[in-house]
Design a binder for this molecule. Structure first.
Ligand code: 3HC
Length: 291
């Protein structure tokens, strides 16, 4: 199938980033949000992200206008009826996703591929809610979506192999590398990354080192672009916490049980960059000495 028109449902940080990725690759994008206010926030994400590239001299104003011109924003899911692919990036709550996929199944033409950007929920459970489980896949992008080069392409026992192949090829067209993974909580990246991030919070809680010391250690000693606390702030502490919860439920492995410090910050509403404060107050500054 030639994917030309793509729907993106949910225009938060991930959804807006994904919409930008498709528009940059020349596809037409229909971005859907629940109401006018959320739609305006989604438009803001897209405008800021592309404006930043213009400021850095990475994008001309003409090309920015072209990219934004390929994105149509709407609050009506019915506008997705002719999309070749719809990708969902709404909050990580299985019953929301199941109900959305039931609706998309009714709205979209039979050949539309329905994809979810879920980080950890069961693609099989989402696929089973539709009358086209063979055309339902996971297409898991990483934050920030316009920058990170990986897409985990998740198939279930009932996904048509041809669909997985087409979605992997599409990821290549977007400038990403596709890695095929099975439908297990957290797939590959989150299954390995989240216990590490969680353990950083445990170490800080135990006083082994402070936030800045741990971040500096992992940046300078391992060559990671960000330390674990800066990365948690980027991902969103609530998102990390939810994913850990799903991993723990599925595996009962204590490494996935969210650290009390993480739970405390989430409960206090300190969610990271999205709320203006998480482990850091604003963006981390590298010159900060170890705390
Ligand atoms: N949107 C668009 N572009 C962005 C961006 C954003 N939010 N943030 C950075 N960029 C672009 C910049 O414009 C710049 O592009 P250029 O080279 O063309 O000018 C490039 O990325 C590098 O940005 P900066 O120079 O500002 O900053 P850094 O060099 O410090 O890189 C980073 C920023 C790319 C975020 C880097 O620190 C990094 O790779 N961090 C790790 C991110 C990571 O691990 N993500 C995965 C999280 S796990 C996940 O998402 C799974 C989920 O399910 C939980």
């Amino acid at each position: 199938m030639a994917f030309e028109r793509v729907g993106v449902v949910g225009l938060g940080t991930m959804g807006a980033g994904i919409a930008e990725v498709f528009a940059r690759a020349g596809l037409r994008v229909i971005g859907v949000e629940a109401d006018a206010e959320a739609l305006a926030r989604g438009r803001g994400h897209l405008e800021r992200s592309t404006a930043r590239a213009v400021d850095k001299g990475r994008l001309t104003r003409e090309r920015q206008a072209e990219i934004l011109g390929r994105v149509t924003l709407t609050t009506s899911r019915a506008d997705l009826r002719d999309a070749d692919l719809v990708i969902e990036a709404i909050p990580e709550v299985l019953r929301y996703k199941v109900s959305l996929f039931e609706e998309l199944d009714r709205i979209c033409k039979p050949e539309t591929v329905l994809a979810t950007n879920t980080s950890s929920l069961s693609i099989t459970a989402i696929a089973a809610a539709t009358g086209r489980p063979g055309r339902v896949v996971g297409m898991h992008f990483f934050n920030p979506a316009p920058v990170m080069k990986l897409v985990e392409v998740v198939g279930t026992v009932v996904t048509a192999p041809g669909v997985l192949q087409e979605i992997s090829e599409l990821a290549g067209r977007l400038g990403k590398t596709a890695v095929a993974v099975g439908d297990r909580a957290g797939f590959v990246v989150n299954r390995l990354l989240l216990p590490y991030l969680n353990h950083a919070a445990v170490l800080a809680d135990q006083g082994v080192a402070g936030r800045d010391g741990i971040d500096a250690a992992m940046r300078l000693g391992v060559g990671l672009p960000m330390g674990p606390f800066a990365l948690l702030d980027l991902i969103g502490l609530d998102t990390a916490y939810e994913v850990m919860g799903v991993l723990f439920d599925e595996t009962r492995d204590r490494r996935h049980a969210p650290a009390p410090l993480l739970r405390e910050l989430v409960t206090a509403g300190l969610l990271g960059r999205k709320s203006g404060r998480g482990f850091y107050d604003g963006e981390p500054r590298e010159e900060q000495g170890p705390r």
